[in-house]
Ligand binder design. Structure first.
Ligand SMILES: [Cu+2]
Length: 68
């Protein structure tokens, strides 16, 4: 399962790394691609949206739900 979600509050590559690490830690079976420029996190692999939401929010960013 591949899905892309909106994340707001990321301003640089450091923010993107924080989100990548948080989501990767929460969902170790998935691969995660984050763009701070687009404000998105793409999760490749089985997951629940709520798991991504919690990881993003725990990292200090705002989860905006499914993109597109
Ligand atoms: Cu930053």
């Amino acid at each position: 399962m591949e899905a892309t979600y909106n994340v707001s509050g990321m301003t640089c590559g450091g923010c993107a790394r924080s989100v990548t690490n948080a989501v990767s830690l929460a969902l170790p079976e998935t691969s995660v691609v984050v763009s701070h420029e687009a404000g998105t996190v793409q999760v490749n692999g089985a997951h629940q949206q709520d798991q991504v939401k919690k990881a993003v929010e725990d990292a200090g960013f705002d989860f905006g739900g499914a993109a597109g």
